[in-house]
Structure formats: structure tokens, C-alpha cells
Ligand binder design. Structure first.
Ligand SMILES: Nc1ncnc2c1ncn2[C@@H]1O[C@H](COP(=O)(O)OP(=O)(O)O)[C@@H](O)[C@H]1O
Ligand SMILES: [Mg+2]
Length: 465
């Protein structure tokens, strides 16, 4: 690739957005600036006055700012376009070359960067994973980094089977916050990246409108396509793409039952359904605190949709305690069971044990009557704040039950119809706050014990609702 190709790529983006191509002077200004020429030189080369070139340049930066939704000026146009196109220009005197990242990366992996300062980090990260001899374009700059990801072998092999063997198109990984959904998915990516042409991670934390998200994805996918394709599904058909959308709960309406879309985000539901039902060769992974009902329905009728409820780490959680240098190893099982081998909760509790007991787990566990929650409560609150009024009532009621409940029985103290109660329990289960207790004949339900402890300990001061 050379400067002409970056200019051509830019022109395609402009055309896709505005329906008009750059004119010859605009192209000439762009290419000259990409080669670090100043306006005097451009004017001389093109036979225009300096003022005219400067005026046209200002118009061009305004046009590009609109097209790329970023403030573009003469001084930053090169770095922004490089980033958007996922390529780097290396200057050799007056002529410039654009070297796509896979040429500079011995592992044949193209890593797109939001900002060139991340280049070193990401290339280091890419080298640390085992890549095969295949070229993939990977955009992970918006993903968090984790120092350790222990275990999760069975979840990874399930996901690999779904994605690589069964060509599953839509996967939702759901579970409590901090349970390790993002960490698991990034570990999965490091193991399967060579199987894809494109991999992109995007969080929905900042609530992107679907149309903007689609534009972003299209720009990413169009890096090695000569022209922009009309729909995401077209890229999903023509290449093997893996898209990860994290923090999907943000587009669900708090105060409603689980998984109900915010009004302006209802189009996401249709988009997810399309990905599941239309034929293509790609996969979309959704990561969420809540499982929407329509994905549950899709899962039943469409073999290309799957869901994975993520639970604690089990035995592997011991690695967290080991890494924190906790003592009294014979007490670790008890600690892990109490905190459900939930990695984020165990990280918090381990820090408390170090702070207050110099790492002595047995001293921390002396009081059998009261659950210590400390900073975990912030995590719990963020879940409880999202509940509907009816769910809050049910949670209060469940926090007083000593035994798992049978929802087919008429429930005293719960002033709702049985049908309503079923709906509420279903929603609380989709939020992972209520658990189904495995019984042979009859399903019973109970509130997660950490939430129960939290609600009971706060009951005197704070009541839900
Ligand atoms: N498998 C794991 N091994 C060690 N630590 C983990 C693991 N999974 C998650 N964690 C830790 O728990 C915290 C929460 O993980 P994260 O993936 O962000 O959770 P989620 O995406 O479900 O909210 C992170 O600090 C991470 O380091
Ligand atoms: Mg996460």
C-alpha cells in the first residue's frame, strides 16, 4: 500500500457517507499533507494560490471531521487516518509507504490501534499468545487487560466447540458483574484468533446507537475490502468475523424486568436476531449481566444461538488466594465456598484479609454468624438498583425464606398473582440473582446467599424498595 491507497480508502469512506467523491484538488491536498508537504508546496505543485489551497484545505478537514466523527485538522489528519485504516505510513524521503501491520508483525497478525502509543503494548500482547500462520486483523484496543486468568478450561472448550465446530452465530455470556466474563472472552480470543479474518471487541458502556456501531464495524471490516459493503451481514458472509459486544446490559432498561431494551435501542434486538437467523460464517458474542428473553426463545428454535451462564471459578479460585499470598491454606475451601469462587469478590476479600489480619484466613473466618461483605456491597448494589419494583418486593421476601421456594404453591405475604410471581422469578433468574436448586421432581428457587446476606444486614437501615 502507498499514500495513494490511503487516499483512495479515505475517498471510499467519504463516498459511503456523503454519496460524493473527493475532487482532484481535495485528493491532491490530502496526499500532499500525508507526505508532510506544506500548503506553499502544494500550491506551487498544483498551480493554485496559497490562500486558495488553504481555504480548500479547511473545507476538506471539515468534511473529513464529519465523515469520521472526529476533529480532523492538517496536523492530525495523518495519524487519524492511519488509525482508522489500521495502517502505518513510513516515510522515505518524499515518497511514503503505508505498511499494513501484518507486514511489520512477524506473527502475521494485524493489530489496529486507537492510538499509536499503544502499538508496543499490543504487539507485545499479540506476541505473548500463540498465533498460527494466518493473517487476522484484531482490534482489542478498547478491551481491558488482565494480569491473570486462571482456569476456565471447560468454558473455553465449550465456547470453542460452539464457535469452531458448530458454527454458532450468536452467543451470550451472562453472569454477575466481576464473575469473569470479559476475562474469559479475552482468553478465548487468544486461543482462537487464527481462525478469523477479523476480530473486534467493543463495549456498549457508552451506549452507541446501533447505526453508529454498525458504521464503526463497517469501517473496521472494510480495511481489506476494496469497497464498503452495505450491511454488517455482508461482511459476516464474505469474511470470517468475530465481534464481541461487552456490557450489553447498558442497553436494557433499568427498573423493568431483565433484558428489556431501552426505547432507542430496540433495533439491537432485531440486529441480534438477524445475526442468529441469516446464513453467514461469523460469530457475535454478547457479554451481559442479564439474559434477554428473546435470546432464550431464539436458543430454543435456532441451533446457531447459545447462551453460557458464567459461574464462579471453582477450585481454580485458589490461585487467586495463592497469588495474594494468603495464609492458612486449610481454610481456603471454606472461604472460596462462602464467596462462591467469584473472582472479583475474592480479590476484594483477600485485600481485606491482608489489611486487617496480615493474610490469616482463619482469623477472618472466626465469626460464623456474620458475613463480611465490605466493598463487595458496591457490586451488589449496582445489580439491585436495576430491579423493577416487583422484583425488589420479591427479593425482600426471598431474603426472609429459610428454604428454597416452590413457586407452584400459593405464596403468603407476596401480594401478586402466581403468574406474576413466575414472571418475576424468571426475570431474577435471568439476572443471576435467584438460583434454581437442582431437585429431581420439583424445581425450587432461592436468592443468591451473598445478596441475601447483604439485604438482611441492610434491612434495618435500608429496605428494598
Ligand atoms: N479466570 C480468572 N482468573 C483470575 N482472575 C480473574 C478471572 N476472571 C476474572 N478475574 C478477575 O476478576 C475481575 C473481574 O473480571 P471481569 O472479567 O472484568 O468480570 P466481568 O466481565 O464478568 O464483570 C478482574 O479483576 C479479573 O482480574
Ligand atoms: Mg466485563
Amino acid at each position: 500500500m502507498d499514500v495513494k491507497e490511503l487516499s483512495k480508502w479515505t475517498d471510499e469512506q467519504v463516498f459511503a457517507k456523503t454519496g460524493q467523491h473527493l475532487d482532484s484538488l481535495q485528493k491532491s491536498i490530502l496526499e500532499s499533507v500525508l507526505q508532510r508537504q506544506n500548503f506553499h508546496k502544494i500550491a506551487g505543485n498544483n498551480g493554485y494560490s496559497y490562500d486558495h489551497v488553504k481555504k480548500e484545505g479547511a473545507k476538506l478537514w471539515k468534511l473529513l471531521s464529519d465523515v469520521f466523527s472526529e476533529e480532523i485538522e492538517q496536523k492530525n489528519v495523518r495519524s487519524i487516518l492511519e488509525n482508522k485504516a489500521g495502517s502505518t505510513i513510513y516515510s522515505f524521503g518524499d515518497s511514503s509507504l503505508i505498511i499494513s501491520n501484518h507486514n511489520i508483525n512477524k506473527n502475521h497478525i494485524n493489530i489496529c490501534r486507537e492510538n499509536s502509543q499503544y502499538l508496543e503494548d499490543i504487539e507485545t500482547r499479540s506476541r505473548s499468545t500463540q498465533y498460527e500462520n494466518k493473517s487476522s486483523i484484531i482490534e482489542l484496543t478498547k478491551a481491558p487487560e488482565f494480569n491473570y486468568t486462571y482456569g476456565r478450561n471447560s468454558e473455553i472448550s465449550t465456547l470453542k466447540e460452539w464457535i469452531l465446530e458448530n458454527q454458532t452465530r450468536l452467543i451470550i455470556i451472562y453472569g454477575l458483574s466481576g464473575i469473569g466474563k470479559t476475562a474469559l472472552t479475552l482468553k478465548l480470543i487468544s486461543e482462537i484468533n487464527t481462525q478469523f479474518d477479523y476480530i473486534i471487541y467493543r463495549s456498549l458502556e457508552d451506549l452507541p446507537k446501533l447505526i453508529n456501531l454498525k458504521d464503526e464495524l463497517k469501517q473496521f471490516f472494510s480495511q481489506s475490502h476494496a469497497t464498503l459493503l452495505p450491511e454488517i451481514i455482508d461482511y459476516f458472509r464474505s469474511s470470517r468475523c468475530l465481534v464481541i459486544l461487552d456490557d450489553v446490559q447498558n442497553i436494557f432498561n433499568p427498573g423493568n424486568l431483565a433484558g428489556q431494551y431501552l426505547t432507542e435501542y430496540k433495533d439491537y434486538s432485531k440486529f441480534f436476531q438477524q445475526i442468529a437467523t441469516l446464513s453467514h460464517q461469523s460469530s457475535l458474542i454478547l457479554i451481559s449481566w442479564e439474559k434477554p428473553g428473546e435470546i432464550e426463545a431464539l436458543e430454543k428454535e435456532n441451533k446457531y444461538t447459545r447462551s453460557l451462564q458464567l459461574q464462579g471459578l471453582g477450585e481454580e479460585a485458589k490461585e487467586i488466594l495463592r497469588q495474594k499470598d494468603l495464609q492458612d491454606e486449610e481454610k481456603w475451601d471454606e472461604l472460596i465456598t462462602l464467596y462462591q469462587s467469584h473472582p472479583a469478590w475474592l480479590n476484594i476479600i483477600s485485600s481485606t484479609i491482608i489489611e486487617l489480619f496480615n493474610g490469616r484466613v482463619s482469623l477472618f473466618l472466626t465469626d460464623k454468624n456474620e458475613f463480611f461483605l465490605g466493598d463487595i456491597e458496591t457490586y451488589l448494589e449496582s445489580h439491585l438498583e436495576r430491579l423493577s419494583e416487583l422484583e425488589k418486593n420479591a427479593i425482600n421476601w426471598l431474603s426472609h425464606q429459610d428454604e428454597p421456594i416452590d413457586i407452584s404453591q400459593k405464596t403468603a405475604n407476596m401480594e401478586v398473582s402466581q403468574a406474576k410471581l413466575m414472571h418475576i422469578i424468571q426475570s431474577l433468574t435471568r439476572r443471576c440473582l435467584v438460583e434454581k436448586v437442582p431437585r429431581k421432581e420439583l424445581a425450587k428457587f432461592q436468592l443468591n446467599s451473598i445478596f441475601k446476606a447483604h439485604i438482611n444486614s441492610n434491612f434495618a437501615v435500608k429496605k428494598y424498595p
